[in-house]
Design a protein around this ligand. Sequence first.
Ligand code: ADP
Ligand code: MG
Length: 334
Amino acid sequence: MAGEFELIEHLLGQVRADRLTHPPVLGPGDDCALLKASSPDMAWAITTDMLVSGVHFLDQDHPYDLGWKTLAVNLSDLAAMGAAPRYVTLAAAIPPEDASDTTWIDSFFSGFMACARQYGVGLIGGDTTRGPRVFSVTALGEVLPGCALRRDRAESGDDVWVSGAPGYAALGLRAKLDHLDLPENVGTLAERALHHPLPRIELGLALHEVAHSAIDVSDGLLQDLGHIARASGLVATLRAEMLPAAPEGIDHALWRACLFGGGDDYELLFTAPPAARPSIQALSHTLSLPLTRIGYMQKPLGEGTIDSCGVQVLDAAQKFLDLALLSKGFDHFA
Ligand code: ADP
Ligand code: MG
């Protein structure tokens, strides 16, 4: 492979044949793609996430997994808004070696496109440049504005729910970095959670009817729930005994750190009124996806300043856990 244009052509060759339910008016190849919403009532939900070598992934990571995850984390933001994914762009910085020997980038791109096809999104453009490996995706989805699942719409009295199996991705990362030996079944789940996250698109769409607010768990349960609590002017209380228990053979303290502070789960955290419990249980059954009620939202005690909003965890003896002892979630500049 030689230059930028051959590389772009090489990658995009595979994309043009894709059949999409919502094809763009004009796909990649010109100066811009052209898009039309599926109806005038729909709003565009737009999100960008960047993955940087050495920060979000390691060069030793498998490129196929990385390609999958690069797209999946962006689609997860659409899921958290209750939007239906439609289109993505991919801006890629890659070292010159990746352009001359395309084995790595081909594998990355296969993983990326596998995720795109699974969720029916079209790659409509991007940019390719030389540099240390950095991948930036912009994802566009459609949602009826009144149905969008916002962070600032939780209500006092809402239940707090989480999907899937939070904590496993962080456990997978800890196991990898610290060379921990996990029991085989736990290790397999943890590795899958870390490398092959599944954006909860169907759940996000189904939550239009039942949830007041939602966020995806990318930076840890406490931190992400804190975003809902503060945006909504409320306190979120998690009940320790309702949280997923440590998998067999996993140290309790390690599990708590992974569950509360570990990121990378890409599960949905949402709030809904207690009257919605039967519908949520039915939804869990329909989607074959665990949905676990883990706490509730309430008004802050006293005059609610923004500082009094946030997250607290109550144990079975009604004592508050010391959150300073638990990992607080990921912050790039902390
Ligand atoms: P321009 O110079 O007009 O920005 P480029 O030469 O950068 O155009 O790209 C040519 C076409 O290929 C554009 O339509 C662009 O969207 C697309 N493209 C470039 N890189 C990528 C990529 N990594 N993924 C998807 N499409 C890409
Ligand atoms: Mg360009």
